[in-house]
Design a protein around this ligand. Structure first.
Ligand SMILES: Nc1ncnc2c1ncn2[C@@H]1O[C@H](COP(=O)(O)OP(=O)(O)O)[C@@H](O)[C@H]1O
Ligand SMILES: Cc1cn([C@H]2C[C@H](O)[C@@H](COP(=O)(O)O)O2)c(=O)[nH]c1=O
Length: 273
């Protein structure tokens, strides 16, 4: 029997499924009577900086599951290339575009009805038994909870890939929710590097080449070398937005490169205040 058909105690998760909407909710303390889905399925959260290989690994996992005949979807939200998961290694694949407020239980669940659910099942090649979710930091917190319900109630395996912290050095709200709910949390093993050679732990946002610490949380953009010249480089109010990977020390200092003249501190008062 394929792995995804085994529920807890060997029961089929589909036979004992309970609609996501009926579960007590994550605010409730202690296990819910309805939480008796698959013992095998897990909510996995993989995190790293930009350029740490998240999309590459998401594509690999989806490819390997598909290659063994498992039916599931690749999903993304606000990917740079729109409607697909794209890796800087050059691989890309069509993906379900998760939009704000989209009810993932209603779209991905085994009992889901309607044209969106049918389209998803067509893309999955059958009932959704796994979800590979890229750009997971952009999901609504409610959507993270909906995916956790799919794991517990329907035995759907979820593999989520996202950033830990924003350009402000704070957890994304969705990331906090992934960390709170995940069965497994893993840091990506490919070490992105700061210009100084240390492991990059922070994502800096640069406006016209200068690091900033305040602004909108979500601004789709890219890292050099593709960033500055790429079509995907983001223009915001006629300013060029790029991202740079830095070690904590250089992120705090606002030092985005070796030359103190051109890679100088712009404002570090935010972190001290
Ligand atoms: N030409 C290349 N040769 C080998 N690896 C590359 C090349 N270009 C990019 N990469 C790898 O791709 C990684 C970025 O992968 P990607 O999946 O796009 O990252 P993320 O989704 O985390 O932003 C880089 O850390 C680097 O290891
Ligand atoms: C740090 C940070 C990043 N973003 C955006 C920029 C990119 O579009 C994505 C991350 O993509 P990747 O696949 O991990 O390279 O997130 C943002 O909106 N806000 C931020 O603080």
């Amino acid at each position: 029997m394929p792995m995804h058909h085994l529920g807890r105690c060997g029961h089929s998760p589909h036979a004992e499924s309970v609609s996501a909407g009926t579960v007590g909710g994550f605010g409730a303390v202690g296990p819910s009577a309805a939480n008796y889905g698959s013992a095998v399925a897990k909510l996995r959260f993989f995190f790293g900086t930009m350029g740490s290989g998240k999309s590459t690994q998401a594509l690999q996992i989806h490819h390997n599951l598909r290659a063994r005949g498992l039916t599931g979807v690749l999903a993304t939200k606000l990917d740079r290339s729109g409607g697909q998961v794209s890796s800087r290694l050059g691989v890309a694949a069509e993906a379900l575009e998760v939009t704000p407020g989209m009810d993932l239980g209603a779209v991905l669940g085994p009992d889901a009805e309607g044209s969106a659910a049918r389209a998803v099942r067509r893309q999955a090649g059958g009932p959704v038994t796994y979800v590979v979710a890229d750009e997971a930091q952009f999901y609504d917190e409610t959507q993270v909870e909906q995916l956790a319900h799919l794991v517990d109630d329907h035995g759907v395996d979820v593999y989520a890939f996202g950033l830990l912290t924003s350009f402000q050095g704070r957890l994304f709200p969705a990331t906090a929710r992934w960390l709170e709910l995940a069965d497994e949390r893993s840091e990506l093993q490919v070490e992105a590097r700061c210009w100084c050679g240390a492991r990059a732990t922070h994502n800096a946002r640069l406006i016209d080449g200068r690091q900033i610490y305040e602004g909108d949380l979500l601004v789709v953009g890219d890292t050099p070398p593709s960033g500055p010249d790429a079509q995907t480089s983001m223009e915001l109010d006629e300013h060029r937005v790029t991202y740079e990977l830095l070690c904590r020390s250089h992120w705090v200092q606002g030092r985005t490169g070796p030359d103190p003249e051109t890679h100088h501190l712009v404002r570090n008062e935010r972190i001290d205040s």
